[in-house]
Design a protein around this ligand. Structure first.
Ligand SMILES: [Zn+2]
Length: 90
């Protein structure tokens, strides 16, 4: 994460919910099962990924290494592209 990325997160043109999500991701504040166990909201045996892959769920896993969510993110991006293409948006 560079200073430019941090500046962009605070950009007024970025929707607030996106800025908050980016901040929570950067500061490991997303409600992953790993974080919920650390905060004693979930039991220690509940750290596995909700995608059912059998790995421990943290932000890095959800966004970069989970087979289930990796495909989900790809499908979301592809669906967004198809919607924009259909509506002739860039
Ligand atoms: Zn997973």
């Amino acid at each position: 994460m560079t200073a430019d990325h941090i500046t962009e997160i605070g950009n007024k043109e970025v929707p607030l919910k996106v800025s908050l999500f980016a901040w929570r991701l950067m500061h490991n504040r997303l409600p992953t099962t790993n974080n919920l166990v650390k905060r004693q909201i979930l039991q220690p045996n509940a750290q596995l990924c909700v995608g059912g892959c059998g790995m421990m769920e943290d932000a890095k896993h959800l966004f970069f290494s989970c087979n289930f969510f990796g495909k989900l993110w790809y499908d979301i991006v592809e669906a967004k592209f198809l919607i924009n293409f259909k509506d002739n948006k860039p």
